[in-house]
Write a protein that binds this ligand. Structure first.
Ligand code: SF4
Ligand code: SF4
Length: 135
């Protein structure tokens, strides 16, 4: 069932899909923001991990598809080890990436990267980036 609130899609199906893909229950989040406080990448994100969990709890799928938070996530697990509700937030971030990647959509396009950029970046960063951000 899908409801419209403030032009955003509120979808129970979205919550179910995210929970199944991540193996976590986003509804357990109590919005304490410990994850945001722990996150070394928060300053680079357009929405903090706490806000992303809030969007996920309400199934705001169209909004979740627009944001960069889960692409900026470094998968460091700092949030996961400190979450008082035991939520593996890093897994939720990975599931959000997978929702895009499984539609054969890349977040970065290797073929569009300049030779200079490829030469400058450490190889391990390139490989990690391609693994995480390409389908
Ligand atoms: S630390 Fe856990 S409970 Fe607190 S806001 Fe983040 S996900 Fe929610
Ligand atoms: S796993 Fe991602 S969201 Fe969690 S603290 Fe690390 S960078 Fe931030």
């Amino acid at each position: 069932m899908t409801l419209r609130i403030n032009d955003r899609t509120l979808s129970r199906e979205s919550i179910k899909n995210l929970n199944e893909l991540s193996g976590e229950n986003v509804k357990l989040c109590m919005q304490c923001a410990t994850c945001t406080g722990m996150c070394p990448m928060a300053a680079e994100m357009d929405y903090s991990p706490r806000k992303v969990m809030h969007m996920a709890q309400f199934g705001l799928q169209s909004k979740l598809e627009e944001i960069n938070t889960y692409w900026k996530c470094a998968s460091c697990h700092a949030c996961t080890v400190k979450c008082p509700r035991g939520i593996d937030i890093a897994k939720v971030m990975e599931a959000l990436r997978q929702q895009t990647l499984r539609t054969n959509t890349n977040y970065i396009e290797p073929s569009e990267m300049s030779a200079e950029t490829i030469a400058e970046l450490p190889q391990i960063a390139l490989v990690a980036g391609f693994r995480k951000m390409t389908s």
